[in-house]
Design a protein around this ligand. Structure first.
Ligand code: NAD
Length: 246
């Protein structure tokens, strides 16, 4: 049986790295895309190779740059011949007061979090349609549904946009490619490491489980969407927030 191939954007740490572990454990061939941290990506590659005897390729590319995305996908197809799953995980947040937030910051967040998944999906879909199968899984956020944080209004807009993109792509690419989104609540990753501890405490009180998620608790849902067990889920957003009550 042919070994499946998954591309995880922004895959060198956090939710992306946890996702890479699960797919590697399940005998997938893994492509870890990274934008900056080559060392982290290579360390993860080494760990996955040792721990699961996985085949792992690391590719540097900024998902918001069309040419870099195109080259990345071409390299994947040249190396493996096909791609089964795309996880649009790369994302950034630039928290800032409304007064201080610049147009440039707003634009950068949209470029990475929304235009990025559009570009990668567009390139990957060409091959998935040719193959006759494929799954695209977008990592959105509860910020794109109903949690309101004015300091991250650009991030929230990007994730709302990503949810809309998910539904539109599912429609456009049906019935060949399944497109879904996972919307995590708070997760313990580097993205949140600079949060004020008082704020963290207050947010934890709003969560029925009383804590932020471990990245594995998001990765397991991402993996589920790639399995046969999720064969009838399409154009959906799966909320994973421990029971957040605003
Ligand atoms: P993280 O900062 O650990 O990981 C984000 C990854 O994206 C990093 O590896 C980063 O280098 C990469 N990246 C950033 N810009 C990129 C670009 N232009 N091209 C390629 N890669 C790029 O954070 P995380 O929490 O693991 O975030 C993963 C995803 O989950 C993001 O889309 C984030 O918005 C989403 N999310 C996170 C939380 C949370 O609380 N941590 C909650 C909801 C959704």
């Amino acid at each position: 049986m042919k070994q499946k191939v998954v591309l995880i954007t922004g895959g060198s740490k956090g939710i992306g790295a946890a996702t890479a572990h699960i797919f590697a454990q399940k005998q997938y061939q893994i492509i870890i895309n990274y934008a900056h941290d080559e060392q982290k990506a290579n360390q993860l590659k080494e760990t996955l190779e040792k721990k699961y005897k996985a085949t792992v390729l690391t590719i540097k590319a900024d998902v918001s740059k069309k040419e870099q995305v195109k080259q990345m996908i071409e390299t994947i197809i040249k190396t493996f011949g096909y791609i089964d799953v795309l996880v649009n995980n790369a994302g950034i947040a630039i928290d800032q007061t409304f007064e201080e937030k610049t147009e440039q910051e707003f634009q950068t967040v949209l470029n990475v979090n929304l235009i990025g998944p559009f570009l990668t999906s567009k390139e990957v879909a060409k091959y998935m349609l040719e193959q006759g199968s494929g799954k695209i899984i977008n990592i959105a956020s509860t910020n794109g549904i109903d949690t309101i944080y004015p300091e991250s209004m650009d991030y929230d807009a990007s994730k709302a946009g990503l949810i809309s993109l998910t539904k539109n792509l599912a429609t456009e690419l049906a019935p060949i490619i399944q497109v879904n989104a996972v919307a995590p609540g708070w997760v313990n990753t580097e993205m949140n490491q600079e949060l004020d501890q008082e704020f963290v405490k207050k947010e934890q009180q709003k969560i029925l489980l009383g804590r932020f998620a471990h990245p594995n608790e998001i990765a397991s849902v991402i993996y589920f969407l790639a399995t046969e067990e999720a064969s009838y889920i399409n154009g959906s957003v799966i909320r994973v927030d421990g029971g957040f009550k605003a």
